[in-house]
Design a protein around this ligand. Structure first.
Ligand SMILES: Nc1nc2c(ncn2[C@@H]2O[C@H](COP(=O)(O)OP(=O)(O)OP(=O)(O)O)[C@@H](O)[C@H]2O)c(=O)[nH]1
Ligand SMILES: [Mg+2]
Length: 674
């Protein structure tokens, strides 16, 4: 019989102890003989030189160990918000997660952001309150905070004695403990009719029944057991390990079905070759298999041969011949593969993209030495394979290269990577916001089949309507079924899917060159030409290319009529600064145009909350050490987009040229020759 596999994510706010916990779990499972330390740079998962120097995780890393008959593939993720994209990619491959929360700091901004995403994706999640040995640990307060700020569907699984000391010890609540049993019953019965009915009927409910219901509800992400302990001393670790094996859904998967797998990480091997980390949802991938893969939103549909496989199996990755459903493996040979690609059939959870905000800043990056621009571009392009969101762009007119960024720390990491791995010293010039465009009102446009000005064999009519902030792009197909070219797309749903892709692709550049979002695009007219189809005029067959090429023309015209407003990214910041520097920090916030709340004093420190533009927050981050004698800490979280106001409300992207765009669209449409 095949063993069961659990793909487990370890997630938390920065510094909560994910990497240390990972190390402890590997040690308990007998995979390593000595526990490495983040501070000494000796852990398994912080293996990059830069991670070891800085003591923070930058890239997600997979390690594997066994708990009884369950193989756990653990993915240690970075907690710093600048690397949130790493976490997002991992979400698509998880069976379950452990959300780590510090017993001292409690629920932090990133904890909330992560928990919201875990809930939205219904990923079964245990919580681990770590660092109970550290001074200031307060498990009771943290449990209350979890219930208040994250979710009320939680239950503490044990208690801690001697918290805040090296000897802090964790005791599991016994099922015979009446207070615990009552709390557990209350939580579970709320979500389980049979349990409630049995209770109302006066039937006695056994401890075993409660335990089984707890496992069932946890596996369905309805409730979240909370464990306590210390990754440093090992307190509470056995209970957590037991919880991982018993309360999270390990599975065997369908090894015989059609191949469906997702790529969540791309790396380079020792010879510089591309290595893809995949999670197999169904089927089996073997060495020498030819695999088809596709990419959301783009017309890529490639095929390549697997030349080698290395599986994660209770210990370091080992060379293998095959990888089956449920497992994670590294694949060689797929030289064009990218993060987020789907191998074979679309997975059941293929599309989890956009769980978090996209990067909000972009910065011009230039080599310090002359004549290295070409090498720099090549190096950045290689980094972009591993992190597509850095979205390297070359502006030929201004002779500049720019990258998208989440913030200062990511910028420093990119700079250091270019220097260490590629020998290219760079400087980042001005950092500017990545704006978006939202439609102002509704707009429609149509091109008719066989009309003189329409070079394509298709009718496409589209309407753009504004949608609520944060809604993204929604595509609706609102046409008679007879007007859908089903012979070319097989099913109506496929046509809707393809049209949605053409629409999304077009909206990457709006009237001012920015991504258009928060809108509904409805296809209101469609028609095609086919020898035996409904159109009156018979002619050559319409093809998908006709619809693909006509869509951008019609959509841009509809958008032109709707008009767009350029909006800038804003962040909510929380500053912790020495009390005597509050005045200087408040003045800096005022200069940055921030909306500031009244500072809260806590002894020597003051906390200031404010909302301001992302680019100004980035500037503030850099000024902070000088303003606060190196003592200030700034945490920021994306807070949506607001229309740009002031003298230049329509800021076109630096390399956006409406004439170029028009010409491009025309060329796409074949109206002017190449
Ligand atoms: N006292 C105490 N310190 C801990 C514990 N767990 C982690 N630490 C310390 O907390 C710091 C951060 O630990 P990491 O394991 O790097 O935290 P992380 O969550 O992986 O951090 P990022 O990956 O950078 O987000 C290190 O100095 C650890 O030694 C714990 O249980 N008790
Ligand atoms: Mg870490």
């Amino acid at each position: 019989m095949l063993g069961r596999t659990l793909n487990l994510g370890i997630l938390a706010h920065v510094d909560a102890g994910k990497t240390t916990l990972t190390e402890r779990l590997l040690y308990s499972a007998g995979v390593i003989d000595a526990i490495g330390s983040v501070d000494a740079g000796t852990t398994q998962t912080d293996s990059l030189a830069l991670e070891r120097q800085r003591g923070i995780t930058i890239k997600s890393a997979v390690v594997s160990f066994a708990i009884d008959d369950v193989t756990v593939n653990l993915i240690d993720t970075p907690g710093h918000p600048d690397f949130i994209a790493e976490v997002e990619r991992v979400f698509s491959v998880l069976d379950g997660a452990v959300l780590v929360i510090s017993a001292v700091e409690g629920v932090q901004p990133q904890t909330r952001i992560l928990m919201r995403a875990l809930q939205r994706l219904r990923i079964p999640t245990l919580m681990f309150v770590n660092k109970v040995d550290r001074r200031g640990a307060d498990c009771h307060r943290v449990l209350t905070e979890i219930a208040d700020k994250l979710t009320p569907a939680v239950v503490g699984m044990g208690s801690v004695r001697g918290e805040g000391t090296r000897n802090a010890a964790y005791t599991v609540h016994a099922l015979g403990d009446d207070a615990y049993a009552a709390r557990l019953f209350e939580l579970l019965a709320d979500r389980d009719e049979t349990l409630l009915t049995a209770y109302v009927d006066g039937a006695s409910i056994s401890a075993g029944q409660l335990q089984a219901t707890l496992a069932a509800q946890t596996k369905r992400a309805m409730v979240h057991p909370v464990f306590f302990g210390s990754a440093i001393t090992g307190a509470g670790l056995d209970a957590l390990t037991g919880g991982i094996a018993q309360l999270l859904p390990a599975s065997a998967g369908d090894a015989d079905g059609p191949v469906s797998a997702g790529v969540f990480k791309v790396d380079r091997g020792t010879a510089g070759e591309r290595v893809a980390y995949v999670r197999v949802f169904t089927g089996t991938i073997r060495v020498r298999d030819r695999l088809r893969f596709s990419r959301e939103g783009l017309d890529v549909d490639e095929e390549a041969k697997v030349t080698a496989i290395s599986r994660f199996d209770a210990g370091p990755a080992i060379q293998g011949n095959a990888v089956t459903a449920g497992e994670i493996a590294r694949l060689w040979g797929l030289s064009q593969i990218q993060i987020g690609d789907t191998i074979g059939e679309p997975g059941s959870r293929a599309a989890v993209a956009n769980s978090f905000a996209p990067p909000t800043l972009e910065s011009v990056v230039a080599p310090c030495r002359d004549g290295e621009t070409g090498r720099l571009y090549a190096a950045l392009a290689q980094l972009a394979e591993q992190d597509p969101l850095i979205n390297v762009r070359r502006d030929d007119r201004r002779q500049e290269i720019s990258v998208s960024l989440y913030g200062e720390v990511q910028k420093e990491v990119i700079g250091a990577t270019l220097a260490d791995d590629y020998g290219i010293e760079v400087e980042f010039r001005e950092t500017t916001p990545i704006y978006i465009e939202r439609p102002l009102r509704s707009g429609e446009a149509i091109e008719l089949l066989h009309a003189e000005a329409n070079p394509f064999l298709a009718t496409v009519g589209l309407r753009v309507d504004p949608a609520p902030d944060g809604a993204g792009i929604e595509f609706r197909l609102q046409v008679d079924h007879r007007s859908v070219p089903t012979y070319a797309y097989k099913r109506r749903e496929n046509f809707a899917e393809a049209m949605g892709q053409y629409v999304r692709h077009t909206l990457r550049e709006g009237l001012f060159g920015w991504q258009v979002t928060d809108c509904i695009v409805t296809m209101i007219e469609s028609n095609y030409s086919s020898p035996d189809g409904p159109p009156s005029t018979r002619g050559p067959l319409s093809t998908p290319a006709d619809f693909r090429k006509l869509t951008p023309l019609v959509l841009m015209e509809a958008l032109e009529r709707a008009g767009t407003v350029v909006c800038e990214p804003t962040v909510r910041v929380s500053l912790e600064v020495p009390a005597q520097t509050v005045g200087a920090v408040m003045a800096a916030l005022a200069r940055a145009g921030a909306a500031v709340e009244t500072p809260v004093m806590q002894g020597e420190l003051s906390t200031i909350e404010a909302t301001l533009s992302a680019v100004r927050a980035d500037e503030l981050q850099r000024q902070l050490p000088a303003l606060t004698g190196g003592e200030g800490v700034l945490e920021s979280a994306f807070d949506g987009y607001l229309p740009v106001t002031g003298t230049t409300p329509t800021r076109p992207r630096s390399d956006h040229n409406p004439l170029d765009r028009a010409e491009y669209l025309l060329r796409l449409a074949g109206r002017v020759s190449e």
